[in-house]
Design a protein around this ligand. Sequence first.
Ligand code: GAR
Length: 197
Amino acid sequence: MYSVPQLGILASGKGSNLVAIADAIAAGELNAQIAVVIYNNPDAPVRERCQERGIPHVLLNHREFASRELLDDRLAHTLEQYQVDLVVMAGWMRIVTQVLIDRFPHRILNIHPSLLPSFPGHRAVQQALEYGVKITGCTVHIVTLEVDRGPILAQVPVPVLPGDTVETLHQRIQQAEHKIYPKTIGAYLQRLRQLNE
Ligand code: GAR
């Protein structure tokens, strides 16, 4: 592994977790470097977040690939080109295949806006609100083939408040995400380093 671990971030949307990770690196709280951000939606705001910060970014539009496997093969190739040590999904809304997992075994993390195993998959915040839970939160886990099922590394509970909407609740969950994700990435990188020593 590089002396400064190289992160490859996969993002589909707003990019607030990317910003939190970049800020933690800039503040010296996370010893890593963002080698590349790969995004799949041409208009995703995350592109502007990269431009503002001078972070290398590559568009891989899933609509241009005939299968999930072909997208993942190009993804893995791009991550390898940038010599990425750890893949960090930050709002990556694509289902992962064995192709990517085989190329980065135990080296892909994801953050999900619920306390897994509750409310996996899409619209996790809406699912939690509709179910009527009083506490939800976010989870960082290692990515495996089964969606949102990999080993859990960290969780933060977030209370559901009276009158919460999907937007207000998701906003509070994201505040928790922005703290826990950089910390968990740092701890996991240390674990990987120890395994390599
Ligand atoms: C985050 O809240 C993340 O937990 C969620 O997407 C959001 C991305 O926000 N991920 C999932 O729902 C994955 N199933 P961001 O683009 O502002 O980082």
